[in-house]
Design a protein around this ligand. Structure first.
Ligand code: SF4
Length: 477
Protein backbone atom coordinates (compact mmCIF):
# COMPACT_ATOMS: atom_id res chain seq x y z
CA UNK A 1 0.00 0.00 0.00
CA UNK A 2 1.51 3.31 -1.07
CA UNK A 3 1.68 6.02 1.50
CA UNK A 4 2.95 9.53 1.26
CA UNK A 5 4.29 11.95 3.75
CA UNK A 6 4.35 15.57 2.70
CA UNK A 7 7.62 17.30 3.25
CA UNK A 8 8.31 20.89 4.18
CA UNK A 9 7.64 23.49 2.99
CA UNK A 10 4.67 22.12 1.05
CA UNK A 11 3.46 19.91 3.83
CA UNK A 12 -0.17 18.97 4.23
CA UNK A 13 -1.08 19.87 0.65
CA UNK A 14 -1.76 16.25 -0.34
CA UNK A 15 -0.49 17.09 -3.81
CA UNK A 16 0.06 13.72 -5.52
CA UNK A 17 2.86 15.27 -7.52
CA UNK A 18 4.75 15.68 -4.28
CA UNK A 19 3.87 12.27 -3.03
CA UNK A 20 6.51 10.31 -4.81
CA UNK A 21 9.79 9.11 -3.44
CA UNK A 22 11.69 6.04 -2.56
CA UNK A 23 11.14 5.98 1.18
CA UNK A 24 10.05 2.93 3.07
CA UNK A 25 6.46 1.89 2.73
CA UNK A 26 5.92 4.65 0.20
CA UNK A 27 6.90 7.34 2.70
CA UNK A 28 9.13 9.94 1.18
CA UNK A 29 12.27 10.73 3.10
CA UNK A 30 13.16 14.36 2.64
CA UNK A 31 16.88 15.00 2.22
CA UNK A 32 16.67 17.83 4.69
CA UNK A 33 15.91 15.40 7.49
CA UNK A 34 18.57 12.81 6.83
CA UNK A 35 20.94 12.18 9.74
CA UNK A 36 23.59 14.83 9.70
CA UNK A 37 26.47 12.42 9.38
CA UNK A 38 25.16 10.49 6.38
CA UNK A 39 28.07 10.22 3.97
CA UNK A 40 31.20 12.17 4.45
CA UNK A 41 32.94 9.88 6.92
CA UNK A 42 35.58 7.42 5.83
CA UNK A 43 34.75 4.15 7.56
CA UNK A 44 36.31 0.74 7.66
CA UNK A 45 34.81 -2.65 8.24
CA UNK A 46 35.52 -3.73 11.79
CA UNK A 47 33.18 -6.68 12.23
CA UNK A 48 33.95 -8.90 9.29
CA UNK A 49 33.55 -11.96 11.47
CA UNK A 50 29.83 -11.24 11.50
CA UNK A 51 29.38 -11.36 7.79
CA UNK A 52 29.17 -15.12 7.39
CA UNK A 53 26.74 -16.25 10.11
CA UNK A 54 24.32 -13.53 9.25
CA UNK A 55 24.90 -13.55 5.52
CA UNK A 56 21.98 -12.52 3.41
CA UNK A 57 20.81 -9.95 5.87
CA UNK A 58 21.04 -6.20 5.48
CA UNK A 59 24.63 -5.14 5.10
CA UNK A 60 25.34 -2.67 7.88
CA UNK A 61 27.16 0.56 7.28
CA UNK A 62 30.76 -0.39 8.04
CA UNK A 63 32.62 1.61 10.63
CA UNK A 64 35.23 1.44 13.28
CA UNK A 65 34.81 2.95 16.68
CA UNK A 66 37.10 4.19 19.35
CA UNK A 67 36.55 3.02 22.94
CA UNK A 68 34.70 6.27 23.53
CA UNK A 69 32.18 5.35 20.90
CA UNK A 70 33.32 7.91 18.36
CA UNK A 71 34.35 7.11 14.84
CA UNK A 72 37.84 7.62 13.61
CA UNK A 73 39.03 8.74 10.25
CA UNK A 74 42.43 7.38 9.36
CA UNK A 75 43.16 7.14 13.06
CA UNK A 76 43.65 10.91 13.31
CA UNK A 77 40.50 12.87 13.78
CA UNK A 78 37.67 11.76 16.06
CA UNK A 79 34.14 12.80 15.22
CA UNK A 80 30.78 11.58 16.50
CA UNK A 81 29.61 8.45 14.74
CA UNK A 82 25.91 9.10 15.28
CA UNK A 83 24.05 12.35 15.58
CA UNK A 84 20.40 12.94 16.22
CA UNK A 85 18.34 14.41 13.43
CA UNK A 86 17.30 18.02 13.87
CA UNK A 87 14.00 18.25 12.10
CA UNK A 88 12.16 21.49 11.60
CA UNK A 89 8.71 20.44 10.49
CA UNK A 90 6.35 23.27 9.56
CA UNK A 91 3.52 23.90 11.99
CA UNK A 92 0.32 22.56 10.39
CA UNK A 93 -2.53 24.97 9.68
CA UNK A 94 -5.33 24.98 12.25
CA UNK A 95 -7.82 23.39 9.87
CA UNK A 96 -5.55 20.35 9.49
CA UNK A 97 -5.36 19.89 13.24
CA UNK A 98 -9.09 20.44 13.58
CA UNK A 99 -9.71 17.72 11.02
CA UNK A 100 -7.45 15.33 12.93
CA UNK A 101 -9.35 16.11 16.11
CA UNK A 102 -12.61 15.38 14.34
CA UNK A 103 -11.29 12.06 13.11
CA UNK A 104 -10.18 11.04 16.58
CA UNK A 105 -13.53 11.93 18.10
CA UNK A 106 -15.52 9.93 15.55
CA UNK A 107 -13.04 7.05 15.57
CA UNK A 108 -11.82 7.57 12.02
CA UNK A 109 -8.38 6.26 11.10
CA UNK A 110 -5.49 8.74 10.86
CA UNK A 111 -3.31 8.86 7.76
CA UNK A 112 0.47 9.06 7.47
CA UNK A 113 0.11 12.77 6.72
CA UNK A 114 -1.96 13.18 9.89
CA UNK A 115 0.80 11.49 11.85
CA UNK A 116 3.39 13.85 10.44
CA UNK A 117 1.18 16.81 11.26
CA UNK A 118 0.96 15.60 14.84
CA UNK A 119 4.75 15.53 15.08
CA UNK A 120 4.70 19.23 14.13
CA UNK A 121 1.66 20.26 16.17
CA UNK A 122 2.54 23.05 18.60
CA UNK A 123 0.24 22.13 21.50
CA UNK A 124 1.50 19.04 23.31
CA UNK A 125 -1.27 19.13 25.90
CA UNK A 126 -3.88 19.13 23.11
CA UNK A 127 -2.14 16.07 21.69
CA UNK A 128 -2.23 14.42 25.10
CA UNK A 129 -5.95 15.06 25.44
CA UNK A 130 -6.57 13.44 22.05
CA UNK A 131 -4.51 10.40 23.00
CA UNK A 132 -6.26 10.10 26.35
CA UNK A 133 -9.60 10.28 24.57
CA UNK A 134 -8.57 7.46 22.26
CA UNK A 135 -7.25 5.41 25.18
CA UNK A 136 -10.32 6.02 27.33
CA UNK A 137 -12.49 4.49 24.62
CA UNK A 138 -10.49 1.27 24.94
CA UNK A 139 -9.76 0.87 28.63
CA UNK A 140 -11.44 3.74 30.48
CA UNK A 141 -9.62 4.64 33.68
CA UNK A 142 -7.92 1.27 34.06
CA UNK A 143 -4.14 1.10 34.31
CA UNK A 144 -2.73 -2.41 34.05
CA UNK A 145 0.33 -3.90 35.66
CA UNK A 146 1.57 -7.42 36.15
CA UNK A 147 3.93 -9.29 38.41
CA UNK A 148 6.73 -10.78 36.43
CA UNK A 149 10.39 -11.58 36.38
CA UNK A 150 12.90 -10.95 33.62
CA UNK A 151 15.24 -13.78 32.76
CA UNK A 152 18.11 -13.23 30.33
CA UNK A 153 19.61 -16.65 29.69
CA UNK A 154 22.73 -15.38 27.96
CA UNK A 155 24.26 -12.07 26.97
CA UNK A 156 26.60 -13.68 24.47
CA UNK A 157 25.51 -12.39 21.09
CA UNK A 158 26.78 -12.70 17.56
CA UNK A 159 25.14 -9.47 16.47
CA UNK A 160 26.64 -6.15 17.53
CA UNK A 161 23.85 -3.63 17.58
CA UNK A 162 25.31 -0.15 18.03
CA UNK A 163 22.85 0.77 20.78
CA UNK A 164 23.31 -2.41 22.82
CA UNK A 165 24.99 -2.27 26.23
CA UNK A 166 24.03 -5.81 27.15
CA UNK A 167 25.83 -8.06 24.70
CA UNK A 168 29.25 -9.64 25.18
CA UNK A 169 31.47 -11.84 23.08
CA UNK A 170 31.85 -15.38 24.31
CA UNK A 171 34.70 -15.44 26.83
CA UNK A 172 34.69 -11.68 27.31
CA UNK A 173 34.58 -10.34 30.86
CA UNK A 174 30.97 -10.22 31.98
CA UNK A 175 29.79 -12.78 29.44
CA UNK A 176 27.49 -15.42 30.88
CA UNK A 177 25.23 -18.26 29.84
CA UNK A 178 22.88 -19.94 32.28
CA UNK A 179 22.49 -23.66 32.38
CA UNK A 180 18.97 -25.04 32.41
CA UNK A 181 19.41 -25.95 36.07
CA UNK A 182 20.59 -22.43 36.95
CA UNK A 183 17.68 -20.82 35.16
CA UNK A 184 15.15 -23.09 36.84
CA UNK A 185 16.75 -22.46 40.26
CA UNK A 186 16.65 -18.69 39.67
CA UNK A 187 13.01 -18.78 38.64
CA UNK A 188 12.09 -21.04 41.56
CA UNK A 189 13.83 -18.70 44.00
CA UNK A 190 11.75 -15.79 42.70
CA UNK A 191 8.50 -17.69 42.91
CA UNK A 192 9.30 -18.57 46.52
CA UNK A 193 9.18 -14.88 47.47
CA UNK A 194 7.03 -13.23 44.80
CA UNK A 195 3.82 -14.49 43.19
CA UNK A 196 4.93 -13.87 39.62
CA UNK A 197 2.60 -14.89 36.84
CA UNK A 198 5.08 -14.43 34.01
CA UNK A 199 8.69 -15.00 33.03
CA UNK A 200 9.89 -12.55 30.39
CA UNK A 201 12.79 -14.26 28.60
CA UNK A 202 14.97 -12.49 26.01
CA UNK A 203 18.57 -13.21 25.13
CA UNK A 204 21.54 -12.60 22.89
CA UNK A 205 22.02 -14.53 19.65
CA UNK A 206 24.48 -17.07 21.01
CA UNK A 207 26.69 -18.44 18.22
CA UNK A 208 27.07 -21.94 19.67
CA UNK A 209 24.03 -22.85 21.73
CA UNK A 210 21.89 -25.40 19.90
CA UNK A 211 18.16 -24.93 19.46
CA UNK A 212 17.61 -27.85 21.81
CA UNK A 213 19.00 -25.71 24.65
CA UNK A 214 16.05 -23.33 24.30
CA UNK A 215 13.50 -26.10 23.89
CA UNK A 216 14.87 -27.92 26.94
CA UNK A 217 14.91 -24.63 28.85
CA UNK A 218 11.24 -23.92 28.21
CA UNK A 219 10.26 -27.48 29.02
CA UNK A 220 12.17 -27.42 32.31
CA UNK A 221 10.76 -24.04 33.32
CA UNK A 222 7.28 -25.11 32.34
CA UNK A 223 7.55 -28.33 34.34
CA UNK A 224 8.99 -26.52 37.37
CA UNK A 225 6.54 -23.62 37.29
CA UNK A 226 3.39 -24.81 35.52
CA UNK A 227 1.36 -21.76 36.60
CA UNK A 228 3.85 -19.21 35.29
CA UNK A 229 3.30 -17.93 31.75
CA UNK A 230 6.44 -18.11 29.58
CA UNK A 231 6.68 -15.02 27.38
CA UNK A 232 9.87 -15.79 25.55
CA UNK A 233 12.14 -15.00 22.61
CA UNK A 234 11.95 -11.92 20.42
CA UNK A 235 11.22 -12.25 16.73
CA UNK A 236 14.94 -11.76 16.15
CA UNK A 237 15.67 -14.84 18.25
CA UNK A 238 13.05 -16.87 16.41
CA UNK A 239 14.65 -15.74 13.14
CA UNK A 240 18.04 -16.83 14.58
CA UNK A 241 16.69 -20.24 15.59
CA UNK A 242 15.34 -20.71 12.06
CA UNK A 243 18.80 -19.89 10.70
CA UNK A 244 20.70 -22.28 12.92
CA UNK A 245 18.26 -25.14 12.43
CA UNK A 246 17.09 -24.69 8.86
CA UNK A 247 13.52 -24.89 10.12
CA UNK A 248 10.72 -22.56 9.10
CA UNK A 249 9.43 -19.96 11.56
CA UNK A 250 6.29 -22.05 11.97
CA UNK A 251 8.31 -25.16 12.80
CA UNK A 252 10.45 -23.28 15.32
CA UNK A 253 7.41 -21.76 16.99
CA UNK A 254 5.60 -25.08 17.01
CA UNK A 255 8.52 -26.75 18.79
CA UNK A 256 8.76 -23.94 21.33
CA UNK A 257 5.05 -23.93 21.98
CA UNK A 258 5.11 -27.67 22.53
CA UNK A 259 7.80 -27.02 25.15
CA UNK A 260 5.80 -24.35 26.97
CA UNK A 261 5.99 -21.06 25.07
CA UNK A 262 2.94 -18.97 25.96
CA UNK A 263 3.50 -15.73 24.06
CA UNK A 264 6.25 -13.57 22.61
CA UNK A 265 7.70 -10.22 23.68
CA UNK A 266 7.96 -7.40 21.14
CA UNK A 267 11.68 -6.67 21.21
CA UNK A 268 13.98 -6.53 18.22
CA UNK A 269 11.74 -4.30 16.13
CA UNK A 270 13.99 -1.29 16.81
CA UNK A 271 13.14 0.90 13.82
CA UNK A 272 11.97 -0.65 10.57
CA UNK A 273 13.28 1.99 8.15
CA UNK A 274 16.13 0.19 6.38
CA UNK A 275 18.49 3.18 6.14
CA UNK A 276 18.43 3.56 9.92
CA UNK A 277 18.19 -0.13 10.71
CA UNK A 278 21.25 -0.82 8.61
CA UNK A 279 23.25 1.66 10.65
CA UNK A 280 22.19 0.72 14.16
CA UNK A 281 21.53 -3.02 13.92
CA UNK A 282 22.24 -4.13 10.36
CA UNK A 283 23.41 -7.61 11.27
CA UNK A 284 20.17 -8.84 12.71
CA UNK A 285 16.84 -9.63 11.16
CA UNK A 286 15.29 -7.19 8.72
CA UNK A 287 11.98 -5.48 9.32
CA UNK A 288 10.39 -7.95 6.91
CA UNK A 289 11.80 -10.88 8.90
CA UNK A 290 10.55 -9.38 12.17
CA UNK A 291 7.07 -8.87 10.77
CA UNK A 292 7.04 -12.32 9.15
CA UNK A 293 7.83 -14.00 12.47
CA UNK A 294 5.01 -12.15 14.21
CA UNK A 295 2.63 -12.91 11.34
CA UNK A 296 3.49 -16.58 11.69
CA UNK A 297 3.08 -16.50 15.46
CA UNK A 298 -0.31 -14.85 15.16
CA UNK A 299 -1.34 -17.45 12.61
CA UNK A 300 -0.52 -20.14 15.15
CA UNK A 301 -2.55 -18.37 17.82
CA UNK A 302 0.47 -17.06 19.70
CA UNK A 303 -0.13 -13.53 21.01
CA UNK A 304 2.77 -11.10 20.76
CA UNK A 305 3.81 -7.60 21.78
CA UNK A 306 5.31 -4.85 19.63
CA UNK A 307 7.94 -2.17 20.19
CA UNK A 308 9.81 0.72 18.59
CA UNK A 309 13.21 2.04 19.68
CA UNK A 310 13.04 5.84 19.49
CA UNK A 311 15.20 8.83 20.25
CA UNK A 312 18.33 8.01 18.25
CA UNK A 313 18.89 8.80 14.57
CA UNK A 314 15.40 8.09 13.28
CA UNK A 315 13.18 10.77 11.76
CA UNK A 316 9.51 11.48 12.34
CA UNK A 317 8.81 9.85 8.97
CA UNK A 318 10.66 6.72 10.11
CA UNK A 319 8.51 6.57 13.23
CA UNK A 320 5.28 6.93 11.25
CA UNK A 321 6.45 4.28 8.80
CA UNK A 322 7.16 1.95 11.73
CA UNK A 323 3.75 2.52 13.31
CA UNK A 324 1.93 1.99 10.04
CA UNK A 325 3.72 -1.26 9.32
CA UNK A 326 2.60 -2.52 12.71
CA UNK A 327 -0.93 -1.26 12.08
CA UNK A 328 -1.04 -3.03 8.71
CA UNK A 329 -0.01 -6.34 10.26
CA UNK A 330 -2.49 -5.90 13.08
CA UNK A 331 -5.25 -5.33 10.52
CA UNK A 332 -4.23 -8.61 8.96
CA UNK A 333 -3.83 -10.77 12.08
CA UNK A 334 -5.09 -9.01 15.23
CA UNK A 335 -2.34 -10.72 17.22
CA UNK A 336 -0.58 -7.78 18.87
CA UNK A 337 -1.60 -7.08 22.45
CA UNK A 338 0.33 -3.96 23.22
CA UNK A 339 2.74 -1.41 21.78
CA UNK A 340 5.76 -0.37 23.84
CA UNK A 341 7.85 2.60 22.71
CA UNK A 342 11.37 1.97 24.03
CA UNK A 343 13.56 4.98 24.76
CA UNK A 344 17.12 4.66 23.52
CA UNK A 345 19.67 4.80 26.36
CA UNK A 346 23.13 6.10 25.69
CA UNK A 347 25.45 4.58 28.29
CA UNK A 348 28.01 1.89 27.59
CA UNK A 349 27.32 1.51 23.90
CA UNK A 350 28.58 2.82 20.57
CA UNK A 351 25.89 5.48 20.36
CA UNK A 352 26.92 7.27 23.52
CA UNK A 353 27.44 10.52 21.61
CA UNK A 354 23.69 10.87 21.23
CA UNK A 355 21.59 12.69 23.75
CA UNK A 356 18.50 10.85 24.91
CA UNK A 357 14.89 11.78 24.21
CA UNK A 358 13.48 14.23 26.73
CA UNK A 359 10.24 13.57 28.63
CA UNK A 360 8.31 15.96 26.39
CA UNK A 361 9.61 14.31 23.23
CA UNK A 362 8.69 10.99 24.80
CA UNK A 363 5.17 12.24 25.59
CA UNK A 364 4.67 13.26 21.96
CA UNK A 365 5.79 9.86 20.66
CA UNK A 366 3.55 7.99 23.08
CA UNK A 367 0.53 10.14 22.22
CA UNK A 368 1.04 9.79 18.48
CA UNK A 369 1.52 6.04 18.88
CA UNK A 370 -1.81 5.78 20.71
CA UNK A 371 -3.54 7.76 17.98
CA UNK A 372 -1.99 6.00 14.98
CA UNK A 373 -2.26 2.45 16.34
CA UNK A 374 -6.03 2.41 16.53
CA UNK A 375 -6.12 -1.38 16.36
CA UNK A 376 -3.56 -2.32 19.04
CA UNK A 377 -5.43 -2.29 22.34
CA UNK A 378 -2.79 -1.25 24.87
CA UNK A 379 0.11 1.20 25.20
CA UNK A 380 2.75 0.44 27.79
CA UNK A 381 5.07 2.82 29.62
CA UNK A 382 7.99 0.67 30.70
CA UNK A 383 8.82 2.66 33.82
CA UNK A 384 12.16 0.97 34.34
CA UNK A 385 13.53 2.77 31.29
CA UNK A 386 11.48 5.96 31.52
CA UNK A 387 11.54 6.70 35.20
CA UNK A 388 8.43 6.45 37.35
CA UNK A 389 7.74 10.20 37.15
CA UNK A 390 7.70 10.22 33.35
CA UNK A 391 5.72 6.97 33.24
CA UNK A 392 3.07 8.55 35.44
CA UNK A 393 2.92 11.64 33.23
CA UNK A 394 2.39 9.39 30.21
CA UNK A 395 -0.92 8.26 31.69
CA UNK A 396 -2.14 11.60 30.29
CA UNK A 397 -0.71 10.71 26.86
CA UNK A 398 -2.51 7.48 26.07
CA UNK A 399 -0.79 4.94 28.33
CA UNK A 400 -2.87 2.27 30.06
CA UNK A 401 -0.15 -0.15 31.17
CA UNK A 402 2.73 0.47 33.59
CA UNK A 403 4.30 -2.97 33.18
CA UNK A 404 4.68 -3.49 36.92
CA UNK A 405 7.18 -5.72 38.61
CA UNK A 406 10.36 -6.19 36.67
CA UNK A 407 12.48 -8.38 38.88
CA UNK A 408 16.15 -8.14 37.99
CA UNK A 409 16.10 -5.92 34.95
CA UNK A 410 19.55 -5.92 33.34
CA UNK A 411 19.37 -4.59 29.82
CA UNK A 412 18.43 -0.98 30.49
CA UNK A 413 20.33 -0.65 33.72
CA UNK A 414 23.46 -1.68 31.84
CA UNK A 415 22.59 1.06 29.34
CA UNK A 416 22.42 3.71 32.04
CA UNK A 417 18.86 3.60 33.42
CA UNK A 418 18.77 5.28 36.84
CA UNK A 419 15.34 4.08 37.87
CA UNK A 420 14.92 2.65 41.38
CA UNK A 421 16.23 -0.82 41.96
CA UNK A 422 13.52 -1.59 44.44
CA UNK A 423 10.09 -0.19 45.08
CA UNK A 424 6.97 -1.49 46.75
CA UNK A 425 3.81 -2.45 44.92
CA UNK A 426 1.92 0.03 47.06
CA UNK A 427 4.10 2.78 45.59
CA UNK A 428 3.01 1.75 42.11
CA UNK A 429 -0.62 1.76 43.25
CA UNK A 430 -0.09 5.25 44.70
CA UNK A 431 1.35 6.58 41.45
CA UNK A 432 -1.55 5.19 39.40
CA UNK A 433 -4.21 6.45 41.81
CA UNK A 434 -2.56 9.85 42.05
CA UNK A 435 -3.25 10.17 38.31
CA UNK A 436 -6.94 9.52 39.02
CA UNK A 437 -6.80 6.03 37.57
CA UNK A 438 -7.69 2.53 38.73
CA UNK A 439 -4.85 -0.01 39.20
CA UNK A 440 -5.59 -3.46 37.83
CA UNK A 441 -3.27 -6.43 38.07
CA UNK A 442 -3.35 -8.42 34.83
CA UNK A 443 -1.87 -11.62 33.53
CA UNK A 444 0.27 -11.73 30.39
CA UNK A 445 -2.69 -11.77 28.02
CA UNK A 446 -4.51 -8.93 29.79
CA UNK A 447 -6.99 -10.98 31.76
CA UNK A 448 -7.92 -9.09 34.94
CA UNK A 449 -6.53 -10.79 38.02
CA UNK A 450 -7.29 -8.18 40.67
CA UNK A 451 -8.82 -4.72 40.79
CA UNK A 452 -7.52 -2.47 43.55
CA UNK A 453 -10.06 -0.24 45.24
CA UNK A 454 -8.97 3.23 46.33
CA UNK A 455 -8.13 2.17 49.86
CA UNK A 456 -6.93 -1.30 49.03
CA UNK A 457 -3.24 -1.24 49.90
CA UNK A 458 -2.20 -4.84 50.50
CA UNK A 459 -0.35 -5.44 53.73
CA UNK A 460 1.77 -8.02 51.90
CA UNK A 461 3.44 -5.27 49.88
CA UNK A 462 5.56 -6.76 47.09
CA UNK A 463 8.84 -5.49 45.71
CA UNK A 464 8.56 -4.05 42.22
CA UNK A 465 12.16 -4.55 41.21
CA UNK A 466 14.99 -6.42 42.84
CA UNK A 467 18.48 -4.94 43.04
CA UNK A 468 20.63 -5.12 39.95
CA UNK A 469 24.15 -5.13 41.33
CA UNK A 470 27.15 -4.40 39.19
CA UNK A 471 28.42 -7.85 40.05
CA UNK A 472 25.15 -9.56 39.31
CA UNK A 473 26.46 -11.03 36.10
CA UNK A 474 29.19 -12.79 38.01
CA UNK A 475 26.66 -14.64 40.11
CA UNK A 476 25.46 -16.74 37.26
CA UNK A 477 28.51 -16.94 35.05
S1 SF4 B 1 20.23 -5.81 20.90
FE1 SF4 B 1 20.01 -8.06 21.01
S2 SF4 B 1 20.69 -8.78 18.99
FE2 SF4 B 1 21.48 -6.69 19.22
S3 SF4 B 1 23.56 -6.95 20.09
FE3 SF4 B 1 22.12 -6.64 21.83
S4 SF4 B 1 21.60 -8.73 22.48
FE4 SF4 B 1 22.47 -8.87 20.40
Amino acid sequence: MARTIPAPPSAFTQDPAEATGSGVNGLRRDPSVLPEDEGGLVRKVADRDLLDPLAGNLAPVPFETSPEGTSTTSGKASVPMFRRVRERLPVPPDHILAEIERKVHVGERLSAADGMALFASPDLLWLGRLARHAQRRISGDTVFFNINRHLNLTNVCKAKCAFCSFRRDDGEAGAYTMTVAEAVATARATVATLPITELHIVNGLHPDLPFDYYVDMLRALSDALPHVHLKAFTAVEIWWFARITGKSYAEVLHDLREAGLGSMPGGGAEIFAPAVRRRICGYKSTAEDWLAVHRTAHGLGIRTNSTMLYGHIETAADRIDHLLRLRDLQDETGGFQVFIPLRFHNANNRMSDLSMATPLETARIFAISRLMLDNIPHLKAYWIMLGLDTAQMLLEFGVDDMDGTVVEERIYHMAGAHTPHEMGRNELLRVIRDAGREPVQRDTTYNVMRRFARDDDPSDDLPIAMPVQSGALGVIQ
